[in-house]
Design a protein around this ligand. Structure first.
Ligand code: SF4
Length: 464
């Protein structure tokens, strides 16, 4: 076997690479399929478990330094609502977080196939307005037979990891905005099932996947930025997160309907080649349909253009978070390099497939980007685009210098977008009771209860 294959992980190799490995080992070509099946479909953890292959060949691989390269779950935290946060470790000691949401992500994912039936409205009983918003867009209406404003579903629907393990010695600031308490749902059915150790519902489960250790993009409301980027994940490490969670949850695509959102740690489009290879492996080898995957970018414009040309690609979500350049540059320095004009041009040029739309994520920061004027500006930016907007009210953690807008302000923002003909949905993150530990995850195994969000005391936005 070639030297470069002697110390490699099978996980992350594509069919062509596995074919080469088998060929150079002098084994019959069908061994490649055996490896693909066991590594990606059965998701074995060791060479010994590849029982379809002769022991002699397995031993030879092992002697050559070939491993399966499975990711290792180092820690696991279960929320009362059923969300599970995994700390997943790699061979070099680095780790990332991966999140399992047993009843989906509340409708984002940008996965239009089922997003809207999980949509939660900001108002008291807003199912009617949700319906009317969807009517604005035939592709949404066609794909959603029924809309319910049911509680208990949610996800951080923006490009920010739902939870993050910080390196020892890093800031205590909490990374993720958590849902406003008025939207918190605890102890739901999935949560109780999870806590009882039963197999969670896999009807519309979602895994939030990381693409880098840390992140270089420096969004001001995100603690991952404080880590800087430590390194890119390999394709095998990206796929390995998914395999580890599937194994732990005892679910298996395609029989179980699994959604993926690449919204964990890191900017996937700054690790583009590895991310794309992982996406292809997840589709072709693991068996998760590309329509069930969504990647979120902070706005790496050249890669948005590249991504549109990929033969296999997840759906696209863009983390917007501001309605004008000055504000966006303040919140997301990446905007200095790729302005809103460039970003929106890329979004308008993006080659949408039938029944597909671009999702824009907008984290609402009290008194910063949640004014009626911001909503009107955002509506103008998005006018004419086949898109929807996911609104997420920030729940600031310790040290985050932003506050959470009240539900009425969120509803007012949503209303303005909808009245402008833009489908807008309010998202509720899951697993809030296990979020507080994320800033200290690598220093302690304790799970703390997250603090109540500090609601902003700004009066409701006037009706427009
Ligand atoms: S792109 Fe921004 S929000 Fe996403 S992980 Fe990086 S710093 Fe956080």
């Amino acid at each position: 076997m070639r030297a470069e294959l002697l110390t490699t992980s099978l996980l992350g190799l594509d069919r062509e690479e596995i074919n080469a490995l088998v060929r150079e080992a002098g084994e019959p070509s069908y061994r490649a399929q055996q490896i693909m099946d066991t590594v990606y479909r059965q998701r074995v953890g060791t060479l010994d478990e590849i029982s379809t292959m002769p022991q002699e060949f397995r031993e030879r691989l092992a002697r050559s330094g070939v491993t399966v390269g499975a990711a290792r779950v180092e820690k696991k935290f279960v929320s009362q609502d059923g969300t599970v946060r995994y700390l997943i470790a790699f061979a070099d000691g680095q780790s990332v977080e991966t999140v399992w949401m047993p009843e989906g992500d509340g409708g984002e994912a940008g996965d239009g196939s089922e997003a809207e039936d999980e949509v939660v409205s900001a108002g008291k009983n807003d199912s009617q307005s949700t319906q009317s918003a969807v009517k604005e867009m035939p592709s949404l209406r066609d794909s959603v037979p029924s809309l319910t404003a049911s509680p208990g579903t949610a996800v951080p629907g923006f490009h920010m990891p739902p939870l993050t393990g910080l390196e020892s010695g890093s800031s205590d600031r909490q990374l993720h905005p958590i849902t406003s308490s008025s939207w918190a749902v605890e102890g739901d059915r999935a949560g109780r099932a999870a806590l009882k150790g039963k197999r969670a519902s896999s009807g519309r489960s979602t895994i939030c996947v990381s693409s880098q250790v840390g992140c270089a993009v420096d969004c001001q409301f995100c603690l991952t930025a404080l880590l800087g980027v430590k390194r890119n994940l390999t394709a095998g490490e990206i796929v390995g997160q998914v395999c580890a969670v599937l194994n732990d949850q005892k679910v298996s695509p395609p029989e179980d309907r699994i959604n993926l959102v690449f919204m964990g740690m890191g900017e996937p489009f700054l690790n583009y080649e590895n991310f794309m290879k992982a996406a292809r492996l997840l589709v072709e080898a693991v068996g998760i349909a590309e329509r069930r995957m969504t990647v979120s970018t902070a706005g790496i414009v050249p890669r948005i253009h590249d991504f549109g040309g990929e033969a296999i690609r997840p759906k696209l979500a863009i983390s917007l978070n501001a309605s004008n350049d000055a504000l966006r540059t303040r919140l997301m320095p990446v905007n200095k390099k790729w302005s809103l004009e460039m970003l929106m041009a890329a979004a308008r040029a993006y080659p949408l497939r039938p029944r597909e739309w671009v999702t824009f994520e907008y984290v609402l920061l009290g008194g910063v980007n949640d004014e009626p004027e911001n909503a009107k500006e955002a509506a103008e930016l998005l006018r004419g685009l086949r898109c929807k907007v996911n609104l997420i009210a920030l729940n600031p953690g310790p040290g985050i210098d932003f506050t959470t807008p009240g539900a009425e302000r969120v509803a007012a923002f949503q209303k303005i977008l909808r009245e402008a003909g833009i489908p807008a949905f309010v998202r509720r993150p899951r697993g809030r009771d296990i979020y507080a530990a994320c800033g200290q995850l690598k220093r302690t195994v304790e799970v703390a209860t997250s603090p109540e969000p500090r609601l902003q005391s700004i009066s409701p936005a006037p009706e427009s």
